[in-house]
Ligand binder design. Structure first.
Ligand code: GDD
Ligand code: MG
Length: 367
């Protein structure tokens, strides 16, 4: 069985990080997100995927080209020259599909769902389309789904208003579709599966649901990306047996009296000065520099980020090559774009900073 992975979105809610890194490749525990996705699809017994791409396709293709362990998992690429939407993106992948039932996944969903079981349920119910559901506290950022006791979908409302909320069950972004669903998608124009195709399938009584209480998160906002990073570091999701929660290799220079409080992931080539503290489920990408006495807690530092002496970074995302100056403080879910600088002694609380001058080739990052 094949999958279509939708990775063509611009990742606007994760800007400025996604100006340079497509959402599909943002790292969790220093592993690009697509690595988790492939593990997830393989866990469902799938043998290949078509990547439905549009925005920043090159780094994603470069990442897969470098992976040499995918002989039994065939990857194809369908690239849009303008955005075709979530259903248009599936239609555009059709030329690589074999005409069998398929799995479709949103390329930003981190899920512990039992995919095999979801596929089996789809097959046993004889459904035309099965969407997987999860529950969230606030469904307004998702597709709200009402089901009856037989798991037939009665209503699908994408991004419901507060007064439309009737359930906390939402579309988890993983579907099992019969090939006939592709015939319902018009070709060559933008089509949303959530706004056009699902409501039509629901009206025809052909849309069924599979509810899961397994781990689930959409990584598409700074808050949820940080939360997913925490969860991957703690082993709540995506852990494999060989993972060491404290991974500091020989190419990392660690100064004296440094406190690294696991689970922490430190990629190769980092330099950590004396008396620095790194903890609270943080990850440091390739070649990061942490100055003397600096503190990094509950944060993600992307490749080449620098936290100078005495600076503090808490619960924030520091973009590739960005720099937090001496004794500066960055906290409260702040996000620094590539090569941004927070000057000496400054404080950034709940802020987003972009360095407009930066044109960084995504290829220069180490995926
Ligand atoms: N190929 C292609 N073309 N892919 C696209 C396009 C496009 O034009 N637009 C978006 N995508 C991809 C994104 O890259 C992402 O992986 C996926 O489709 C979903 O888009 P998001 O922009 O992340 O949607 P969302 O998070 O607001 O909502 C969707 O996901 C929720 C679950 O996470 C919907 O499917 C909701 O119903 C759902 O609850
Ligand atoms: Mg999303």
């Amino acid at each position: 069985m094949q999958a279509v992975i939708l990775v063509g979105g611009k990742g606007t809610r994760l800007r400025p990080i996604t100006y340079h890194i497509p959402k599909a490749l943002v790292p969790l525990r220093n592993e690009p997100f697509m690595s988790y996705m492939v593990k997830f699809l393989r866990s469902g017994g799938l043998d290949g995927a078509v990547l439905s791409m549009g925005y920043l396709p090159d780094p994603i293709q470069a990442y897969f080209a470098k992976r040499k362990d995918l002989d039994d998992f065939k990857i194809d690429y369908a690239v849009e020259d303008h955005p075709l939407g979530t259903a248009g993106g599936i239609k555009n992948a059709e030329k690589y599909l074999k005409g069998d039932p398929l799995v479709v996944v949103n390329g930003d969903v981190l899920s512990g769902l039992d995919l095999k079981e979801a596929i089996r349920t789809h097959q046993e119910s004889g459904a035309f389309a099965t969407i997987t559901l999860t529950s969230v506290e606030d469904p307004t950022a998702y597709g709200l789904v009402e089901v009856d006791h037989e798991m037939l979908v009665h209503r699908f409302i994408e991004k419901p208003a507060y007064d439309e909320i009737t359930t906390n069950l939402i579309n988890a972004g993983v579907y099992v579709l019969e090939p006939g669903v592709l015939d319902m998608i018009p070709k060559g124009r933008e089509v949303s599966i959530e706004r056009e195709i699902f409501p039509r399938l629901q009206e025809q009584g052909k849309l069924r649901a599979y509810v899961s209480s397994a781990y689930w998160r959409d990584i598409g906002t700074p808050r949820s990306y940080l939360a997913a990073s925490h969860d991957a570091l703690s082993g709540a999701v995506g852990a494999d047996e060989n993972f060491e929660y404290l991974s500091v290799d020989d190419s990392t220079e660690v100064g004296k009296n440094v406190k690294i409080l696991p689970p922490v992931s430190v990629a190769a080539g980092c330099r950590i000065g004396h008396r620095a503290t790194i903890g609270g489920r943080s990850s440091l990408g390739y070649g990061c520099r942490i100055g003397e006495g600096a503190v990094v807690e509950g944060s993600i530092l992307l490749d080449g980020a620098e936290v100078e002496a005495g600076a503090v970074v808490r619960g924030s995302i520091i973009g590739p090559g960005a720099r937090v100056g001496q004794r500066a403080i960055v906290r409260g879910l702040s996000v620094l774009g590539a090569e941004c600088v927070i000057g000496e002694g400054n404080i950034l609380d709940q802020g987003i900073r972009v360095n407009p001058g930066v044109v960084l080739s995504p290829r220069s990052l180490s995926f």
